[in-house]
Design a binder for this molecule. Structure first.
Ligand SMILES: Nc1ncnc2c1ncn2[C@@H]1O[C@H](COP(=O)(O)OP(=O)(O)OP(=O)(O)O)[C@@H](O)[C@H]1O
Ligand SMILES: [Mg+2]
Length: 460
């Protein structure tokens, strides 16, 4: 028996429902500066929502404006994507363009990103559907538990007197139900069928992507995957497993595939990181040839084509692509022209100033200084930084960046690691002290290295 599954989206704001201002505000909590890039991304997302409000004929015509983010290394390109992904209730895939190889070569072909995106959408939609059928699944799981704890008698038994003895089965059952609901039977043992987990997942590792190998092996060797075994366990543990199993039965797989495909087609976002790594044109040799091949393979997908997936064909016309790259060796103009044309919106990220670095060290919720304080608090060391120390670290980061290689905010990590080297090592033996790192401490920890250019090249 199938229950009706509601088509209504589960409550919770979808990314597209946020206004550009809200999206930027969200990103501001983690990424310092880079306003232009944040705005571009926010507008692109809002445009998809706008499009969906239009008549289908018109909406069909409006294609997404793909974005190319350009900026030096370590200034927040990937960080923007990472935070966006957490924000996004849309299927969002971040992948490095350098992972792909040209069709016909060993490696991942570019179409696999669309297949991966569909997998993500399936997980997402399935989770929503699970929530939607949760109540019904809980009910059915309860019935199954009752059945296990108190099997119904096969037929009424005849007593010696020849009367039909009618034990009040129903009322016993209801008594059990109440106990079950109160959790009083949670320690009883039951035997249930469970999917054998930890079955080998070749699919993860195949260069061709999930598809080919994934399904075929499953089809060929049905026994190997999803084998079920019976396991004894406590009612308390069995309950959740049974709820999951019942929920699975209530979800219509075809509808799930259809919705997931639709979600990808309408809302999907692909973040192509390190796009500069596949820049390079004809005339080159060796890797260049293959890079251009990857770009050629990317073209139809970015432009809009249909990709076969195991959940059915998916059109990529309205998928939003955001590409990013440092482009310090190559230039956007080293991409083949057709591909350049597919990324009409260009945004440049700024190099980070000392002021930015000060903020990066302190403001984001996951700022490095907070991370270290949290880590050391587990050792009973109360670590804090004075504003002077923060300023000094930022200043040194700028200095080292300018004298050696400019690696942006990543420099902060190497500096901090160095500054806290001693306390990180000694912490367990320090036994509950407070340590306030000030500018003097920072200078002292770094002086030898920062002054010696060769040394800082290696150590920092
Ligand atoms: N603007 C920023 N705000 C907050 N943190 C930042 C910022 N820029 C960089 N960071 C920090 O530096 C790290 C590296 O940044 P990110 O991965 O975004 O670099 P990138 O711009 O993608 O560089 P690459 O071109 O080398 O990939 C991040 O993990 C983040 O902690
Ligand atoms: Mg990056």
């Amino acid at each position: 028996m199938k229950l009706e599954v509601s088509d209504a989206p589960v409550a919770g704001e979808r990314l597209e429902e946020l206004t550009p201002r809200q999206i930027v505000a969200e990103l501001d909590r983690y990424v310092i500066g880079q306003t232009q890039a944040k705005r571009a991304v926010a507008i692109a997302l809002r445009n998809r929502w706008r499009r969906q409000q239009l008549r289908p004929e018109l909406a069909e015509e409006i294609l997404p404006k793909n974005i190319l983010m350009i900026g030096p290394t370590g200034v927040g390109k990937t960080e923007i994507a990472r935070r966006l992904a957490k924000l996004a209730h849309s299927p969002f895939l971040k992948i490095e363009a350098s992972k792909f190889t040209e069709v016909g070569y060993v490696g991942r072909d570019v179409e696999s990103m669309v297949r991966d995106l569909v997998e993500l959408a399936v997980i997402m939609v399935r989770e929503e559907k699970r929530q939607a059928v949760r109540a019904a699944a809980e009910k059915q799981a309860e019935e199954r538990l009752l059945q296990l704890l108190l099997p119904a008698p096969p037929t009424p038994t005849m007593s010696s007197t020849g009367e039909v003895e009618k034990p009040d089965f129903e009322s016993t059952r209801e008594k059990f139900r109440r106990k079950l609901q109160a959790g009083e039977l949670d320690d009883r043992m039951v035997e249930i069928e469970v999917d054998e987990t930890g079955s080998p997942s070749f699919e993860m590792f195949t260069p061709q992507g999930v598809e080919e190998v994934g399904i075929n092996i499953k089809d060929m060797m049905p026994g190997l995957f999803g084998r079920r075994t019976t396991q004894k366990m406590k009612v308390g543990n069995a309950r959740e497993i049974l709820i999951q199993q019942e929920a699975e039965k209530l979800i219509d797989r075809q509808q799930l595939s259809r919705e997931a495909r639709n979600r990808v087609e309408q809302d999907g976002i692909i973040f192509l990181d390190e796009i500069d790594k596949v820049a390079g044109r004809e005339g080159g040799q060796g890797p260049d040839v293959s890079r251009e091949g990857v770009q050629r393979d990317l073209l139809p997908i970015v432009e809009g084509s249909t990709v076969a997936t195991k959940y059915g064909p998916v059109k990529t016309d309205h998928v939003l692509f955001i590409a990013a790259g440092a482009f310090h060796v190559s230039k956007p103009s080293d991409l083949i022209p057709e591909l350049q044309g597919r990324f009409p919106l260009r945004v440049e990220l700024d190099a980070l100033t000392e002021e930015d670095l000060v903020r990066i060290l302190t403001e984001p919720r996951s700022a490095l200084t907070r991370q270290y304080s949290a880590l050391l608090s587990t050792e009973n060391v109360d670590l804090s930084f004075t504003p002077g120390a923060i300023r000094e670290i930022a200043r040194m980061a700028v200095e080292v960046n300018s004298r050696t290689e400019n690696i942006g905010a990543r420099r902060l990590a190497t500096l901090l690691e160095r500054i806290l080297d001693e306390v990180s090592f000694e912490a367990p033996d320090m036994g509950g002290i407070s340590l306030e790192v000030d500018d003097e401490y920072v200078r002292h920890a770094l002086q030898d290295i920062v002054q010696d250019q060769d040394l800082s090249r290696y150590v920092l």
